[in-house]
Design a protein around this ligand. Structure first.
Ligand code: ADP
Length: 404
């Protein structure tokens, strides 16, 4: 098969990937290599034959690092043949966490682009080193393929200055590039396009609050397909409560921890990125466990669920005020798609915002895009499965078509 598009999403301890056909209209294969460098690492690969159930291969084997992980993925793809022919990779689309303010769309990777990307490593230290390793390895493995960087930050380049600027001395902030960039851009973009389709209106006329709730979580106010504001900031630490990240915090807390408790910069960084959020509140960061424990009356789990959902609710209100009108609230990401208790706590009793939440629709498990508001609700509440890989594939394909 000629001209397939491979999407690689190198996270800190996992690599997700999806292989699409030449039009990015069909997923040929996808999978994940997870728990890199830890006990229990494994590779799950699924081949999607047309019309049938995916065929899944699970291999539990030591996978020490990203290099070994990407090489395994490449081997698996090269071993599989689709409809009788060998797969030729025409382009590889890489999810890249940070593109600063310079990258406002996808970029074909060359030495200059790589050097510019390297400047942002310190702003997303959990993700960027892995992103760069992925690019390096796929470039060596498929030298003929176009390598494209699709940035989590790019969708937010339309955020106006009054929303991206922090109230710090302007010259100091500018000198250090301190401003809101925002992340999860491909997810917010995909969800808002899907929402417009579900509402049956052109994207240019639709105003939505998108809530991407996964291990990382962010809210975004999207007007006419353009990001007006988003909850993550210069780094992916600001905003909503996350699995292990604090989200919004009084900056005085950091000073207090550093001064009174004598924590080093590295210790504070570790605390805010890896030991806070849901994990800090109740010792667990998987929402499935937390919701189950809360339902059984576990106090810390109930508190974590309450703090998480309240923060989401607060941002719905804030972004309803940012948008000219509100057409829909959109839930996406592992928690947004699956956690009925979080959606309930975030959206129930918001009739004053035009939201009439339907408890029965919310509680019914369903993996499809759906509306969980009542028919009379002025503002729809939509659940839309995240598909960052498809968005990255489509953007990569556009670069491939535009390539000389
Ligand atoms: P990532 O940010 O790593 O891509 P995901 O979007 O996969 O994360 O979301 C991971 C989160 O989704 C975890 O907190 C997990 O508990 C939660 N999740 C997944 N399935 C469910 C479910 N059925 N009910 C509640 N939460 C779920």
């Amino acid at each position: 098969m000629a001209g397939a598009v491979l999407v690689i999403n190198c996270g800190s301890s996992s690599i997700k990937y999806s292989l699409f056909d030449a039009n990015a209209s069909r997923t040929l294969a996808d999978g994940i290599v997870e728990r890199l460098g830890q006990a229990g690492s494994r590779h799950v690969h699924r081949s999607h034959a047309p019309g049938g159930d995916p065929e899944e291969i699970v291999q539990e084997t030591p996978i020490p690092n990203h290099r070994t992980g990407v090489e395994r993925i490449a081997r698996r793809i090269e071993e599989s043949s689709v409809e009788g022919g060998a797969i030729e990779i025409a382009a590889v689309g890489h999810r890249v966490a940070h593109g600063g303010s310079g990258f406002t769309g996808p970029a074909v990777i060359d030495d200059g682009v790589l050097a510019r990307i390297a400047e942002f490593v310190h702003l997303a230290p959990l993700h960027m080193p892995a992103n760069l390793t992925g690019i390096e390895i796929t470039t060596a493995l498929w030298p003929q393929a176009l390598q494209v960087a699709v940035f989590d930050t790019a969708f937010h380049h339309t955020v106006p200055e009054h929303a991206y600027r922090y109230a710090l001395p302007v010259d100091l902030a500018d000198r250090h590039g301190v401003r809101r960039f925002g992340f999860h851009g491909t997810s917010h973009e995909h969800a808002s396009k899907q929402a417009a389709r579900m509402l049956g209106r052109p994207l240019s006329e639709v105003n939505v609050v998108v809530l991407h709730l996964g291990n990382g979580a962010s809210a975004c106010a999207v007007s006419g397909g353009r990001s007006l504001d988003t909850s993550m900031g210069m780094t992916p630490l600001e905003g909503l409560v996350m699995g292990t990240r604090s989200g919004d915090l009084d900056p005085g807390v950091v000073l207090q921890l550093a001064q009174a408790d004598g924590l080093s910069v590295e210790e504070v960084e570790r605390l805010l990125h890896r030991e806070s959020g849901l994990k800090g509140l109740c010792g667990a960061n998987d929402m499935r466990d937390i919701a189950r424990r809360a339902a059984e009356g576990d106090g810390p789990a109930e508190l974590a669920l309450a703090v998480f959902s309240y923060r989401v609710r607060k941002y719905i209100g804030a972004y309803a005020a940012v948008l000219p009108v509100l057409d829909a609230v959109v839930f996406t990401g592992g928690i947004g798609e699956n956690s009925a208790p979080v959606r309930d706590r975030a959206c129930a009793n918001l009739e004053h915002l035009g939201i009439r939440f339907d408890n029965a629709k919310n509680a019914a498990p369903n993996g499809e895009p759906r509306d969980i508001s009542t028919d009379a609700s002025l503002v729809k509440v939509l659940v839309i499965p995240a598909n960052e890989e498809l968005e990255i594939a489509q953007q990569t394909l556009r670069c491939l078509r535009d390539a000389p």
